[in-house]
Write a protein that binds this ligand. Structure first.
Ligand code: NAD
Length: 522
């Protein structure tokens, strides 16, 4: 959870020299009912660059339940008009949004690297995912398919259509600060819902950029409302707000449970995308260089802060030594640094809480679990690293499947290599965690690939590719503690943001009673 962002009061007395410098920092607002407004509390929090904590990216409203109430009222006021706007017309506005995102991609990418830390290439990929999602989902404006089906009586017509859910609360994490909000926002809008969106406190700027683009695209006032602030206040006010019919949440499994309980209390719809502990299986017939490349990308891309990160590498004992020695060599060669520097491979982690959590898992791995620390393991804090949250890419080897570092989500540049005796053994190890988001196998053998594809109980599976790299037109989500049965992306996301309405049209001109006045077969 993001405690690193500092709350400040706009109204607090005399400014010190440090505060005077901060006064030059740009101030952002909430977006409610088509207006950019301060939080009703007047309080702000600072968005800090994790690669250099002296760099204040911006000041954002530290909102409260009063701001959530105002945003919900605005969403309520806009709902009828928006749901009655023909879906192809809603789509036209969203296609315009896509064009704006393309136009401003470079700026949005730089903003994202500055506030979140991921390297520029990956930040560009995050913005691109929002673009892809916008175009793909806008296309649904001319589909949103329902279906017709025969009725059981003569002169009766039966069909099913999608209707919007209503007012939706969207709560998002910091690791994909534009892609994940777009995955929720665009499907919600194409289905005719109005929304209140709360970005993670560590990365409000990228979501602000998305909402600003929505305004420019011509989305009417009240349809999209942005409220920034902390989870315990803004997030909780949303999950408990009786007018928000649906809460769509992405974040940790622990927070997801709190969100789900609040929704259950008031019978709200709740879709959850949560943690992962994803495994790559490497078989003895694998292309080892390719497998190492995939493992490095999956484990250390976004500094390991992806829900789909390859945090476990389950390797057949026949190729174990060879794989580990190449993996460690490659991990040691990665350049850690500011994501804005094109030479950087691995950026900082998000904040000081994350540093402490990751370092505590490194201690657990070494001391309690007794795994072998093959490389990395240290926080980097000298020279260029002095003002950021940098941790060396870390590889544990010779780990047992039940160790804490093999079981728990570390969410940092740390991966754990576990030896396996056979394909069956590897699958059992890979399935033996509480999460079920993504998994992969490297093998040249089609039978082994299909067996793993069949037996891995995850929402996503890759063959001869890493555990990361989802595309927007396929469903995304996980089993077990990763999700609660929903899928985002693809057309499947429409099932989150719309509800089915079954319609019967009787044109017989008489009372026809279902199950009673049915003709018997001749
Ligand atoms: P988090 O759970 O700390 O926060 C997520 C969001 O929930 C934030 O906006 C936060 O402010 C809000 N929140 C916090 N407490 C809340 C409360 N009591 N009520 C309502 N909202 C509250 O997660 P995070 O640290 O931002 O993100 C990292 C986690 O997200 C990891 O576990 C990662 O695996 C997961 N994640 C999952 C997916 C997926 O699709 N499965 C994608 C990305 C990230």
């Amino acid at each position: 959870m993001a405690q690193a962002k500092k709350a400040i009061s706009k109204t607090s007395g005399k400014l010190s020299a440090r505060n005077a410098a901060r006064a030059a920092v740009k101030t952002y607002h909430n977006y409610i009912d088509g207006e950019w407004v301060e939080s009703q509390s007047g309080e702000m929090f600072e968005n800090i660059n994790p690669a250099d904590t002296r760099d204040i990216v911006g000041r954002f409203p530290l909102s409260t339940s009063d701001d959530v109430n105002a945003a919900v009222n605005a969403a309520h006021g806009a709902f009828d008009r928006w749901r009655n706007t023909p879906a192809p017309k809603r789509a036209e506005i969203l296609f315009r949004l896509g064009e704006i995102l393309i136009r401003d991609k470079e700026q949005f990418t730089a903003d994202m690297t500055r506030e979140m830390g991921k390297v520029l290439k990956e930040a560009g990929g995050d913005v691109q995912e929002a673009i892809d999602c916008t175009y793909y989902t806008a296309g649904e404006g001319r589909r949103l398919h329902g279906f017709t089906t025969p009725a059981e009586m003569r002169s009766k017509f039966a069909m099913c259509i999608r209707q919007p859910v209503g007012l939706c609360g969207l709560i998002t994490p910091w690791n994909f600060p534009m892609a994940i909000p777009s995955w929720k926002l665009i499907p919600a809008l194409i289905c005719g819902n109005t929304v209140v969106l709360k970005p993670a406190e560590d990365t409000p700027l990228s979501t602000y950029n998305l909402v600003k683009a929505c305004e420019e695209a011509g989305i009417p006032p009240g349809v999209v409302n942005l409220v920034t602030g902390y989870g315990e206040s803004v997030g909780a006010a949303m999950t408990n707000h009786t007018a928000l019919r649906l809460i769509s949440f992405t974040g940790s499994t622990e927070t997801g449970r709190i969100v789900a309980s609040a929704c259950a209390e008031r019978n709200a719809i709740c879709s959850l995308e949560m943690g992962g502990k994803n495994a790559i299986i490497v078989m003895d017939d694998a292309d080892i260089d390719l497998a190492v490349e995939g493992a490095i990308w999956g484990a250390f891309g976004t500094s390991g802060q992806r829900c789909t990160a390859s945090s476990r590498l389950v390797v057949h004992k026949k190729v174990y030594k060879q794989f580990v020695s190449k993996l460690v060599e490659e991990a040691k060669a990665l350049r850690v640094g500011n994501g804005a520097d094109p030479k950087t491979d691995v950026g900082p982690v998000i904040n000081n809480d994350a540093v402490e959590k990751i370092m505590s898992y490194i201690r657990i791995g070494r001391n309690d679990d007794g795994a072998k620390l093959a490389c990395g393991g240290k926080r980097l804090s000298r020279g260029d690293y002095a003002n950021g949250y940098f941790i060396e890419p870390t590889v544990f080897t010779d780990a047992a499947p039940d160790m804490r570092i093999s079981q728990e989500e570390i969410f940092g540049p740390v991966t754990t290599v576990i030896p396996a005796n056979s394909l069956e053994d590897a699958i059992q190890i890979a399935n033996g965690v509480r999460y079920g988001l993504s998994a992969a196998i490297y093998t040249q053998n089609v039978n082994r690939a299909f067996k793993a594809m069949n037996d891995m109980y995850t929402g996503i599976f890759y063959v001869n590719a890493s555990t990361i790299g989802a595309e927007v037109h396929l469903p995304f989500g996980g089993t077990k503690a990763t999700g609660n049965g929903h899928r985002e992306a693809g057309t499947q996301v429409l099932d989150i943001f719309s509800e089915w309405k079954s319609i019967y049209v009787d044109f017989s001109g008489k009372l026809q009673r279902a199950q009673i006045d049915v003709e018997s077969p001749q």
